[in-house]
Design a binder for this molecule. Structure first.
Ligand code: SF4
Ligand code: F3S
Length: 112
């Protein structure tokens, strides 16, 4: 198994998660992060750190699409290991539905 970053991260991108990961397996897109499923050691410490509740174990039902998104983009987005400022309007995007369809960007972030 692995943990995965889900829709709730889009446009929130708080990056608290990267600070606690012992294996630095987060990768940064323009408006969300993903976890590299083959690097994640399933320790679970990042899950409670996310203010947007965006990180889930892939054993939860219905997360197949997110596992795929995490796997695909971890290959091309840059590694991120240090917290950076979240978007100014991050709070407004917490818990909003339909963010993937409207706002997902395949563009890479800037990484560390
Ligand atoms: Fe990193 Fe552990 Fe979270 Fe996996 S579960 S992404 S290893 S902190
Ligand atoms: Fe995203 Fe939560 Fe990390 S919003 S960047 S998964 S702390």
């Amino acid at each position: 198994m692995t943990y995965v970053v889900t829709e709730a991260c889009i446009k929130c991108k708080y990056t608290d998660c990267v600070e606690v990961c012992p294996v630095d397996c987060f990768y940064e897109g323009e408006n969300m992060l993903v976890i590299h499923p083959d690097e994640c050691i399933d320790c679970g410490v990042c899950e409670p750190e996310c203010p947007a509740d965006a990180i889930k174990p892939d054993t939860e039902p219905g997360l197949e699409k997110w596992l795929e998104v995490n796997r695909d983009y971890a290959k091309s987005w840059p590694n991120i290991t240090q917290k950076k400022d979240s978007p100014e309007d991050a709070k407004e995007w917490e818990g909003k539905d339909g963010k993937f369809e409207k706002y997902f960007s395949s563009n890479p972030g800037s990484g560390d």
